[in-house]
Design a protein around this ligand. Structure first.
Ligand code: TXA
Ligand code: MG
Length: 323
């Protein structure tokens, strides 16, 4: 069921149910961090391996030391600067944090979401919410209540609709190793913005660099449709048009001329070429094109600056075979 009733969502969560919740990045699949049955249900609904830990969502920075310990001064500073917001920090966990949340690790990932509905929800609860993105493991992340419904439907008892997500891609994840900040996942807050506070940060992100070739289209997860990235829409379109009939294009800025290939379907991420707008619309574009039974989706690579790097990371993930 999809609802806008925050009190109803609070009562479901208090009863140990799992509820899909809006955040400014993507929708999350939330449960009480102190209820192991609810946590296990999150993993089951997503078909997520129990080895992949969850993010804990807290209402405000001051609540962090009930979740994490030995918090470096830099983490407090970043919390003051970026929370509420799309920065997740990985810190040593307090011993009472369930091993299901942390997937047996000694650390826990924490963030304060910047969404009025979920802020109000967290204010009604006397426990934080563990929430991974509300999609089947490996599939496209949801940025609307309808995306969650279409992917997980009857498996989720309640979806709290807070409208489309404002940022549109997941939070940036930062850890601390030997006292130094390290980026684990590029995301909604560009690393450059964080580096203004921390100085140069080491990147330890896990995207592979192997380009996909036409022969590799046997198995796909995110999206199901074969997905390629290009710097040159024309060239790629004409090389694939020989083999594929129904092609979708995900672009930003100027429209390509398509006179020689009339069946291409265009999803325009941002006519003005705004990276913020493209981020907001990226997953919706993937969902929509993936629902059209196309033979191929071709996406235009973003400029390699700030948010463009995070967007390219998501395009790369969409083009790979992963679980
Ligand atoms: O924007 C977001 O971060 C969204 C919203 C709902 O908050 N959540 C999200 O969750 O993207 P999820 O589960 O899809 O991605 C969380 C990532 C996973 O890659 C997980 O491995 C990593 O965070 N993570 C969680 N705990 C960790 C830990 N203790 N150490 C390292 N990585 C961790
Ligand atoms: Mg996810």
């Amino acid at each position: 069921m999809i609802t806008t009733d925050i009190k109803l969502a609070a009562s479901f969560l208090t009863a140990g149910e799992v509820v899909a919740i809006p955040t400014e990045t993507v929708y999350g699949l939330a449960g009480n961090i102190y209820n192991d049955a609810a946590l296990e249900r999150i993993f089951r609904i997503k078909k997520r391996p129990m080895t992949n830990p969850l993010i804990v969502h807290i209402p405000k920075l001051e609540a962090i030391d009930r979740i994490a310990k030995d918090i470096p001064e830099m983490a407090w500073k970043l919390g003051r600067q970026f929370w509420p917001g799309a920065l997740t920090m990985v810190l040593p966990k307090q011993s009472h944090i369930s091993g299901i949340v942390s997937a047996g690790k000694s650390t826990v990932a924490v963030r304060v979401p910047d969404h009025p509905v979920t802020q109000e929800l967290l204010g009604m609860l006397n426990f934080p919410l563990a929430a991974p993105s509300a999609n089947s493991s490996g599939y496209i992340s949801p940025t609307t209540a309808l995306h969650v419904y279409n992917d997980l439907n009857e498996k989720v008892p309640l979806i709290l609709d807070g409208g489309p997500c404002n940022k549109g891609i997941e939070s940036t994840i930062l850890g601390f190793e030997d006292g130094e900040p390290v980026v684990y996942r590029m995301g909604s807050i560009p690393v450059e913005a964080i580096e203004k506070v921390t100085g140069k940060i080491r990147r330890k992100v896990s995207t592979s660099n192997v380009p996909i070739a036409p022969g590799m289209f046997d198995k796909h997860y995110a999206p199901h449709t074969p997905f390629v990235i290009t710097d040159d829409i024309h060239k790629t379109l004409f090389s694939f048009a020989v083999k594929f009939e129904h092609i979708g294009l995900m672009i930003y800025g100027e429209l390509p001329e398509l006179t020689d290939h009339k069946t291409a379907i265009i999803f325009q991420l941002s006519l003005t070429g705004s990276m913020e707008e493209a981020a907001q619309r990226l997953y919706d574009g993937m969902h929509q094109l993936d629902a059209m039974e196309l033979d191929l989706i071709i996406a235009l690579r973003f400029p390699e600056t700030a948010l463009g790097n995070s967007l390219n990371d998501r395009l790369q993930r969409a083009s790979f075979q992963h679980g």
